[in-house]
Design a protein around this ligand. Structure first.
Ligand SMILES: NC(=O)c1ccc[n+]([C@@H]2O[C@H](COP(=O)([O-])OP(=O)(O)OC[C@H]3O[C@@H](n4cnc5c(N)ncnc54)[C@H](OP(=O)(O)O)[C@@H]3O)[C@@H](O)[C@H]2O)c1
Length: 332
């Protein structure tokens, strides 16, 4: 079977620890090369992961004709610039979230994709994850009645000033790093764009990143409220509340790859034994994401997380920052 030959931009932690090993297990993906600003880091990563090739610069890897596609896990401010260079080198692109930090740079990337006639996707693994596909099917099928409220939390505690999450200039902060997920899943489940938003943000006084953010999104059919933080106890959960039922996504974003994901359903009971648990086959969401991307490139299947979808997500995030800064509802 033909596999998509993927090269990786940088020795980022998410790549070396999660996404590369996961794509090495893919039915349709093969990671053939890694690049780094440092030749030594590239060599060490290639050796540790058993990759065929390593490059001491991103440019050199993009010039390799034996690479079909690039996975881009660079810091957020480099997502669009390097995805654009990869496209101009004729490569398909799987780019980490958040796709871009401005509407303009994403619009430019969409134009480049079309000019270069390549395929591109944002690496929102939740769109490939069976628990989310199933949750959306249940919501659409009316299992909880009419979906009216989504409530989400996502937090971790990382105060390292050297970490990209804590550096404003490279796109750090809770909203860009993890707030993008509740925005995405709300739009995914309501299958529409929010009409307006209100938000409160507490900024770190030294690092200037948003470290504690609360958001309301108003959709035409319901609402979403969520909280994200970079300086709280690690926690994540999503509640979907309908007119007649409730679904809980127990580990919504860092879905485990060594035990089943679980969705919990109830129709209003407060008795633990009456709650129904749906378990899913053990899988790796990054393997599924890679295969979905490869299927789009190799077989013309639909892109699960398109650049247009990333653009819409970024528009919402921008409106959230404006709403918090100006202390008012902002239309989207
Ligand atoms: N989908 C997910 O589940 C998930 C999870 C975590 C992170 N992410 C996303 O993945 C991306 C990377 O996150 P990470 O935590 O893995 O990052 P990281 O470990 O800090 O890696 C970023 C890499 O980018 C390269 N780089 C190039 N210019 C840089 C600069 N100016 N400053 C810092 N690094 C620079 C470095 O690689 P070289 O030195 O080798 O060139 C560095 O190792 C982010 O966009 C994040 O949002 C996604």
């Amino acid at each position: 079977m033909q596999k998509l030959r993927i090269g990786v931009l940088s020795t980022a932690k998410i790549g070396t620890e999660k996404v590369i090993p996961a794509m090495q297990q893919g039915r349709l993906t093969e990671v053939t090369a890694i690049s780094s600003r440092s030749p030594d880091k590239a060599r060490a990563a290639a050796e540790a992961l058993g990759l065929e090739k390593h490059y001491g610069s991103y440019e050199e890897m993009l010039a390799d004709p034996e690479i079909d596609a690039v996975y881009n896990p660079l810091p957020n401010h480099l997502h669009c610039p390097w995805s654009k260079k990869a496209m101009q080198a004729g490569k398909h692109v799987l780019c980490e979230k958040p796709l871009g930090l401005t509407v303009d740079e994403i619009e430019d990337l969409i134009r480049t994709r079309d000019q270069c006639q390549v395929k591109a996707a944002e690496a929102y693994m939740v769109k490939s994850c069976p628990q989310w596909i199933d949750a959306r099917k249940r919501v659409r099928g009316g299992e909880i009645g009419e979906l009216r409220m989504i409530q989400a939390f996502f937090s971790y505690d990382n105060r390292d000033p050297e970490n990209i999450r804590n550096i404003v200039e490279v796109g750090g902060g809770a909203m860009w790093d993890i707030g993008c997920y509740p925005v995405l899943v709300s739009r995914f489940l309501y299958q529409s764009e929010p009409l307006r938003t209100a938000a409160a943000i507490d900024f770190d006084p030294v690092m200037k990143t948003d470290r504690l953010t609360s958001v309301i999104l108003e959709f035409d059919r319901g609402q979403a409220i969520f909280g994200v933080s970079t300086q709280l106890v690690p926690y994540q959960r999503v509640q979907l509340l309908g007119s007649s039922g409730h679904l809980e996504v127990v580990i919504p974003f860092n879905a485990p790859n060594d035990r089943p994901c679980v969705l919990r359903y109830d129709s209003g009971t407060l008795v633990e034994e009456e709650i129904v648990s749906h378990s899913f086959e053990v899988m790796d969401q990054y393997t599924l994401q890679g295969d979905d991307f490869a299927r789009a490139v190799l077989e013309g299947a639909e892109i699960k997380s398109s650049l247009e979808d990333g653009l819409a997500n970024t528009r919402v995030i921008k409106a959230i920052f404006t709403a918090a800064a100006e202390r008012r509802w902002v239309s989207i």
